[in-house]
Design a protein around this ligand. Structure first.
Ligand SMILES: [Zn+2]
Ligand SMILES: [Zn+2]
Length: 351
């Protein structure tokens, strides 16, 4: 047996004894989890907002660990390897995987399965399907903490930049300076855009964006005229690229509003409500709107950027705790106490 955070039913998570996983398929790895974290998707599951989440599942899809056991067909990994986990497990062989659309992998263990449909990484051990595709080795000079967001938040930001076709000519406006928004800013920086403009109603989060160089300009709709400000930086045109990472009705409308004609608007946020497209108003703007769930197919590239110091997400780890205190961490994270951004939960000593 081992300790794990289990989703029992709507509104109920329990930290309890759970069966330790064992190898099922020969492409599996058993990972000894060393560092894990809580994602807002875990909170969505807790609230019953993720219909495909299974009751009784161990939560957690953002974690790192050490390979403890390998299935017979695993080729790229060995016992003792320190690795970051991709939040999406995928077969690599189906119609979608071959096109890089791994979020829609048709295997029953494919797409976002970990910590949703199969047991995840808020546990002492986790079974990782298709381990060769879905684990990224952590270089010796990169810590667990530095690698923690590789497979989820940073993958999401990086994917947003790719589908947003970000270039060095762009002024990019990023709505939402929470964990996903900040990671989107870090990834946007890799594409060397003209300006990164962060928009949020939380001044503390905006300060994190500014102080760490994630954003060049910060705007708070509660006391800034966002549309006018963006107009100022774009010769009156509006933002070339807009990333909507906040997920409310207001921010959805704002994203369409601040985009210049022919802009690409990327909806990275996970919405809990339907949204209305004001088609008569935006008719002549000829916008391209892209959206969906991350295709986590860039973990290797992202790890390189972390290793080279081009991505530093450590300032997001505002809180550190150990595994015995994970339910307190849930309370802080869910209720946004103490200006929390992300919490590193140490499950076991690293190598
Ligand atoms: Zn997540
Ligand atoms: Zn597949």
């Amino acid at each position: 047996m081992m300790k794990a955070v289990v989703y029992k039913e709507n509104g109920k998570l329990v930290f309890e004894e759970h069966t330790k996983p064992s190898l099922v398929n020969d492409t599996d790895v058993i990972l000894k989890v060393t560092l894990t974290t809580i994602c807002s998707s875990d909170i969505h599951i807790k609230h019953g907002a993720v219909p495909r989440a299974q009751k009784g599942v161990v939560l957690g899809h953002e974690f790192v660990g050490i390979v403890a056991e390998t299935g017979a067909a695993v080729k790229k990994l060995q016992v003792g390897d320190r690795v970051a986990v991709n939040c999406e497990t995928f077969c690599g062989e189906c119609f979608y995987c071959k096109k890089g659309y791994v979020n829609n992998c048709t295997d029953k263990n494919g797409g976002w399965a970990l910590g949703c449909r199969i047991d995840g990484g808020q546990a002492e051990y986790a079974r990782i399907p298709f381990a060769d595709n879905c684990l990224t080795k952590i270089p010796a000079n990169v810590t667990d903490e530095q690698a923690l967001f590789n497979g989820d938040l940073l993958s999401t930001g990086y994917w947003g930049c790719k589908i947003g076709e970000l270039t060095s000519e762009d002024v990019v406006a990023i709505i939402g300076a929470g964990p996903a928004g900040l990671c989107a800013m870090m990834c946007a920086r890799l594409f060397n855009p003209q300006k990164i403009i962060a928009i949020d109603i939380d001044d503390a989060r905006l300060q994190v964006a500014k102080a760490n160089g994630y954003a060049d300009i910060i705007l708070n709709p509660l006391h800034d005229d966002v549309t006018a400000e963006i107009s100022k930086y774009t010769a009156g045109r509006g933002a070339d690229k807009v990333f909507e990472v906040a997920g409310s009705d207001k921010t959805f409308a704002l994203a369409l509003d601040i985009a210049r004609p022919n802009a690409i608007v990327v909806l990275i946020a996970m919405y809990e409500n339907n949204q209305v497209l004001p088609l008569p108003n935006i008719y002549g703007k000829n916008l391209t709107i892209k959206f969906g769930g991350v295709d986590g197919a860039f973990c290797q590239e992202i790890m390189k950027h972390i290793e080279q110091g081009e991505i530093n997400a450590l300032p997001l780890l505002t809180h550190h705790t150990d595994f015995a205190h994970i339910m307190e961490a849930y309370d802080i994270f869910e209720n946004k106490k103490e200006n929390v951004i992300k919490i590193a939960v140490r499950v076991a000593e690293s190598l």
